[in-house]
Design a protein around this ligand. Sequence first.
Ligand SMILES: [Zn+2]
Ligand SMILES: [Zn+2]
Length: 141
Amino acid sequence: MELEGGCVCGAVRFGATGDPLRVTICHCSWCQRRTGSAFGIELVYREDQVAMTGDTAATCRHVSDESGRWLDVAFCSRCGSNLGFTLEAAQGIRTLPAGAFDDPSQFGSERQDFRHVYARSRRDWSDLSDKVEIYEKHFRE
Ligand SMILES: [Zn+2]
Ligand SMILES: [Zn+2]
């Protein structure tokens, strides 16, 4: 299985071969900030499963204030899209964000090993619970 994806503007593209080792839905405060969203969702691959093409992604090093270890976050230098990261804690691994794939419907918790991590900082509005109104499209439509 070869799956392709890329950034919003199309300058950086990637292909991933084979199944990801796992899919991590990370609710840590760093992932909330780097994505500007409720959580990060990263497919975890061995680096040799991933081929990056097009523009070279820019990187920004983040050092965890808890572990002291680094993560190099990749992003498109033109449009700023998140393009995953490599990390000191798991050498030889590259993540790719699920939403950056051309067809994210290829991924599902029944097919891959999904894990929610850092749930201690999970926002109560990030789940589709009946505590929050849910609209299939926008509420203005
Ligand atoms: Zn781009
Ligand atoms: Zn995180």
